[in-house]
Design a protein around this ligand. Structure first.
Ligand code: PLP
Length: 450
């Protein structure tokens, strides 16, 4: 309505006057106003409807304004808005039960946090106390959060201005398309990539002193860093390495978890059982902030009699927990995880293969479930990225603007588009989004033509 649009304009002015935004120089920003959302769609400040291929920051897994989650938050607000973490609360208890039920049999306890970064901070703290060791291994080309330790274990350029001596050691990931271990061409197999990457990690652990290494933390499928799936055997190899040296394996499922990859947790694709799983985002589709650390019985055992020196005022907040219970149940009832797996295989995969064949600017397409990346290049043979590492390119921004004009909100990072709609998306909606992506990619083709 005209009233909503006026209110949106006022909100925009106040935002520019007073709101400080994440990861940005403030003055050049021109943020989009969102007036409304439903299912896979959002409405911008002028009332235009856009298909949300971003799930915001890849978290509205159950879709926008899901009536059952909205109702659960309302009901919880009426019953009991909040209660301190030391007291028992029914929504929190049930959320913990539902979450651990989806995880390996020996993961039975959850420490709730406010989001993904603090989940990773606490996971590392637990691993350090559990092992009595300090070093933490994490991958380059990863993202683990914006707080101090979480940004230090992160392996993307945002880490660099925040670096301190946090006992973090970075290793090179298995990233077949942009291999650090072999030639970046067809002659290098996924299998070789996995084996060499594993050997590199083992060498680094040995060189750093295995007796010093508390944990290896990694995303089951790296998200923001490019949705690159681990080669077959890589995850199992890491599990074996951790077992051999008594290292805690922390799987960061903040983005990949809760159905995004077409399984409840992405590590389930690779048949490994982590010691700790961190989560946030999709646990309750972000309707109320929540994250958590799910730990196995061995980690739990360390703190069975010994005090865990950590806590948060809002740990297991009832409104967030009620949203998690309703969200998980809605995803089960409506088979959203199955939907994600099926649509990924039947709609996204074939269509992206076509797009890759058609557009000279498309270097690689990859993903699973509703978790896909389209990687753009200047040259398909050299694989030179369309935007340099850690930067963007004008044509990337032009494509986003053009996609929005055509009714689609895409997720962009460096030289990549990510396709991550809510898991409740329909095949028709997805086809529409992919049609628009296909159309706007001609801009990238033109930019690499000469
Ligand atoms: N870990 C991963 C894999 C993520 O993708 C993110 C956020 O994008 C985080 C951790 C940090 O979560 P939060 O922003 O809720 O702190």
């Amino acid at each position: 309505t005209a009233e909503q649009i006026d209110a949106g304009r006022r909100a925009y002015e106040l935002d520019r006057a007073h709101v400080f935004h994440s990861w940005s120089a403030q003055e050049p920003l021109d943020p989009m106003t969102v007036l409304d959302a439903e299912g896979s769609w959002i409405w911008d400040g002028e009332g235009n409807r856009l298909l949300d291929l971003t799930s915001q920051l890849i978290y509205t897994n159950a879709g926008h304004q899901h009536p059952k989650i909205v109702q659960a938050v309302k009901d919880q607000a009426e019953a009991l808005c909040t209660v301190a973490p030391q007291h028992v609360n029914d929504a929190r208890s049930e959320a913990a039960r539902l979450i651990t039920e989806l995880l390996p049999a020996d993961i039975n306890h959850v420490f709730f946090t406010g989001g993904g970064a603090d989940a990773n901070e606490h996971a590392v703290r637990m691993a350090r106390l559990h092992t009595g060791r300090r070093k933490v291994f994490s991958a380059y080309r990863s993202y683990h959060g914006g707080s101090q330790l979480a940004v230090n274990i992160t392996g993307d350029p945002r880490r660099i201005p925040n670096d301190d001596d946090a006992g973090v050691v970075h290793f090179l990931p298995a990233y077949h398309y942009r291999s650090y271990f072999g030639p970046q061409d067809e002659s290098w197999s996924e299998k070789e990539e996995g084996e060499r990457a594993l050997q590199h990690l083992r060498d680094m652990v040995v060189l750093e002193g295995p007796g010093q290494v508390a944990a290896i933390i990694l995303e089951a499928i790296p998200g923001t860093a490019g949705i690159y799936l681990p080669p077959e055997g890589y995850m199992q190899g890491i599990r074996e390495l951790c077992d051999e040296f008594g290292i805690v394996l922390i799987m960061d499922e903040v983005m990949a978890g809760f159905g995004r990859s077409g399984m409840w947790f992405a590590h389930q694709h690779f048949d490994v059982e982590p010691d700790i799983v961190t989560f946030a985002k999709g646990v309750n589709s972000g309707y109320v902030p929540m994250g958590g650390v799910a730990m196995d019985d061995a980690i739990y055992g360390t703190f069975a009699q010994q005090v865990y020196p950590g806590g948060l005022t809002y740990s297991g907040h009832p409104l967030a927990a009620a949203a998690a219970v309703a969200g998980i149940n809605a995803m089960k009832d409506e088979q959203m995880v199955e939907n994600a797996l099926r649509l990924g295989a039947e709609v996204v995969a074939p269509r992206l293969e076509e797009i890759k064949d058609k557009h000279p600017s498309v270097g690689d397409v990859r993903g699973v479930g509703l978790f896909w990346a389209v990687e753009l290049v200047r040259d398909q043979t050299t694989r030179e990225p369309l935007a340099p590492y850690g930067q963007t390119a004008p044509v990337m921004n032009q494509m986003v603007a053009e996609a929005k004009r055509r009714g689609v909100l895409p997720f962009m990072n460096m030289n990549r588009f990510h396709i991550c709609p809510p898991l409740s998306v329909t095949a028709e909606e997805l086809e529409f989004g992919l049609d628009v992506l296909d159309e706007v990619l001609t801009l990238a083709d033109e930019s690499v033509a000469d």
